[in-house]
Design a protein around this ligand. Structure first.
Ligand code: GLU
Length: 437
């Protein structure tokens, strides 16, 4: 057990309480989501409590729309919380502790602000991921605890809340390491019991730079809009700094919880790989029951203006054709657009390459043959197609690609006869007839 590190092993195990503490000054980004996930997994692994604490003391930069979006993204990822707090509702508590430090002479006032005196000393912490870290506080200046507008600084509110909420483990991004010695001084001044710390490795972008909001790290809600599944994102995030072992990559949340251990988190930076995320997402799309996949696709179809009333049997058939290859839900929107649009878009390049005048005769015969069919399915369309190929004494491939382009505007896709079947007789015949107009 993790706690065996710092505590007497015969003492009863302390209750595990962790928190994710986002500031609603921006959307929930990949890095924040990874921090939330690791806290969540740790709490669930240990039968502990996962606290969501909104650090909204900066009233100018905190926005309700960001808070809503953070909550939506957390819910979408399935990271449910057990307790919820907003720091903006706790100002009285921070003021009370600031006054206590003033009364004890540990802090002083400069104008309206309350400032903590820093005593030069060596501060040592045992980080569960990074091991022992020493800080020299000589270089740390006296710290503002309460700003002149009466609001607490981040570190002051954070320490008070972590202590009062009995947070046992502070698990957060490595970018907060530099705040840790200052916070330790605040713990000491207030006489609070210190939590354990675990600083998660930075997430690097694909170029090896630091993945930051400014460097264009993407919000969780953007991934949702791009058609990723929460299962894919969550699985991907858990691999950023941790591994379930055996080179295993696809591991769902329940399985991860059973295996998760903070001590196994890597201290080296974790590199973000879009390819791996895409691969995982493909796996999760593949295993969805088709009905569930359709439910996820419907909002995208509606948003695109394709409506929301579809023949369910037809849609199932169609979606199944694409499901095995989809990396994101948007793939379906790109690949199957020709089924929902009135007119098929064919690029000039494809027109020149595939729709030469030598194909006119084949298209004419094929459209006539297909128009005569009473049942329009894989077998009957294929027979009609073979008849044309035989009659003109050409290779099937000479006609397959041009027909696919004429029907779908694309050079790749599922089997041609499946494509015709889902497109339907009327549109198939019409598009073949119009191909050379
Ligand atoms: N509000 C801080 C942030 O969003 C939380 C830092 C912490 O976890 O202590 O980065």
């Amino acid at each position: 057990m993790e706690s065996a590190n710092n505590t007497n092993s015969s003492a009863p195990a302390a209750k595990i309480r962790v928190r994710f503490a986002p500031s609603p000054t921006g959307f929930l980004h990949i890095g924040g989501a990874r921090t939330a996930l690791f806290n969540w997994m740790y709490a669930r692994a240990q039968g502990g409590t996962f606290i969501l604490r909104i650090e909204d003391t900066d009233s100018e930069r905190s926005k309700d729309e960001y808070l809503d979006e953070i909550l939506r993204s957390m819910n979408w990822l399935g990271l449910n919380w057990d307790e919820f707090y907003k720091q903006s509702e706790r100002f009285d508590i921070y003021r009370k502790y600031a006054q206590q430090l003033l009364d004890q002479g540990k802090a002083y006032q400069d104008g309206q602000a309350v400032i903590l005196k820093m005593l030069p000393q060596q501060v040592k912490i045992f980080d569960l991921i990074r091991g022992e870290i020493q800080f020299d506080t000589e270089t740390i200046k006296d710290q503002v605890l309460m700003k002149s507008n009466g609001t607490p600084t981040y570190s002051f509110a954070c320490v008070i809340d972590d202590a009062l909420m009995e947070v046992s483990h502070v698990i957060r991004g490595e970018d907060h390491i530099s705040n840790t010695p200052k916070q330790i001084m605040i713990y000491q001044a207030l006489g609070f019991k210190m939590p354990k710390f675990a600083h998660l490795p930075l997430i690097m972008d694909e170029q090896g730079g630091r993945m930051s909001k400014r460097a264009g790290a993407v919000a969780v809600s953007d991934y949702q809009r791009q058609g990723f599944l929460p299962q894919g994102i969550v699985n991907y995030l858990m691999l950023l700094g941790w591994s379930p072992g055996n080179n295993q990559e696809k591991v769902n949340l329940d399985a991860a919880v059973k295996k998760f251990s903070i001590k196994k988190v890597n201290k080296a930076g974790a590199a973000f790989s879009m390819d791996k995320l895409m691969w995982l997402n493909t796996q999760y799309i593949k295993e969805l029951p088709v009905g569930k996949l359709i439910d996820l696709l419907l909002p995208f179809l509606k948003e695109k203006g394709y409506g929301d009333q579809f023949d369910r049997v037809w849609l199932e058939h169609t979606v199944k054709l694409y499901q095995p290859r989809m990396s994101t839900l948007l793939d379906f929107m790109d690949w199957a657009d020709y089924l929902f649009e009135d007119n098929v878009k064919i690029s000039d390049e494809d027109r020149v390459k595939h729709l030469g005048r030598d194909k006119i005769e084949g298209f004419k015969l094929l459209s006539e043959g297909l128009a005569k069919l009473s049942s329009f399915d894989h077998q009957s369309t294929e027979e009609a197609f073979r008849a044309v190929v035989t009659k003109l004494n050409i290779k099937a491939g000479d006609l397959v690609h041009p027909v696919r382009v004429a029907l779908t505007g694309k050079t790749i896709g599922p089997g041609l006869f499946e494509t015709m079947t889902v497109l339907g007789k009327e549109k198939t015949v019409e598009r073949l007839k119009k191909a050379f107009e």
